[in-house]
Design a protein around this ligand. Structure first.
Ligand SMILES: Nc1ncnc2c1ncn2[C@@H]1O[C@H](COP(=O)(O)OP(=O)(O)OP(=O)(O)O)[C@@H](O)[C@H]1O
Ligand SMILES: [Mg+2]
Length: 224
């Protein structure tokens, strides 16, 4: 489902590479935590998998499709189709309501307004926000904003969700609620989730823990 093979990435010529031959494999439907020290390349790896940046070498396949070595137009289309993103700081558009934010990926696909709205409302119901669909982000709590962002990531029925510290800006109780939601959606929809976290308790709730250190994935993570 997700295959990363010998991926290398440097930002600065002459410095040690950030990713130095990273390989990992995630089966469909897995909820995996990506852990490692600050600066170890977790966000870099997510950006490469999510087609937001290009690897120097190596291959990445999402859903049996080779996503490395695509031109930018193909990358944008495939990203919209296959992948949903959740970020630490939510990345919602402040002038749009909750449902309009959720509907954005469908807008970019050319889905008509009525269908966009229906699907967005359905997804907001799934994340428990039926009573907040017309609120703008500033009118919502952090946990609610993150649930809007999760609904937006899922509305296009992606094969893979990439989440970079989705609970990083939330207090521990709200963070656990968001984690429970991701776990439930993973179970109900069978969507594969790769989630960066610094929190050992969050990592324990995942099927697998992948640990990255010194530019490589630790063998234990690969096996476990
Ligand atoms: N655009 C960039 N240009 C130059 N260096 C970068 C760039 N992005 C990241 N880096 C460097 O690459 C390394 C890995 O960064 P990355 O953000 O992937 O780490 P991380 O594991 O996500 O860390 P954190 O846990 O703090 O979020 C760091 O040393 C960082 O300074
Ligand atoms: Mg990071």
């Amino acid at each position: 489902m997700l295959l990363v093979d010998s991926v290398c990435k440097s930002y600065v010529f002459g410095e040690a590479p950030v990713l130095d031959g990273v390989s990992l494999r995630l089966e469909a439907g897995t909820l995996a935590a990506l852990v490692g020290p600050s600066g170890s390349g977790k966000s870099t790896l997510l950006n490469l998998i999510g087609l937001l940046d290009e690897a120097d070498s190596g291959q990445i396949l999402v859903d049996d499709r080779l996503v490395s070595a695509l031109n930018t137009t193909d990358a944008a289309r495939l990203r919209n189709e296959l992948i949903g993103f959740v970020f630490q700081s939510f990345h919602l558009l402040s002038r749009l309501t909750a449902w309009e934010n959720v509907a954005l990926p469908l807008f970019h696909r050319g889905v008509g307004r009525a269908e966009r709205k229906a699907r967005a409302l359905n997804m907001l119901e799934r994340v428990g926000l039926s009573d907040r669909v017309d609120h703008r982000p500033e009118q919502m709590s952090g946990g609610q904003r993150q649930r809007v962002a999760i609904a937006r990531a899922l509305v296009g029925e992606p094969r893979l969700i990439l989440a970079d510290e989705p609970t990083g800006n939330l207090d521990s109780v709200t963070g656990l609620q968001v984690m429970d939601l991701l776990r439930a959606l993973n179970g109900d929809l069978g969507v594969t989730i790769l989630m960066v976290t610094h929190d050992r308790d969050m990592a324990k709730l995942c099927d697998r823990v992948i640990e990255i250190r010194d530019g490589r994935v630790l063998p234990l993570g690969e096996a476990g």
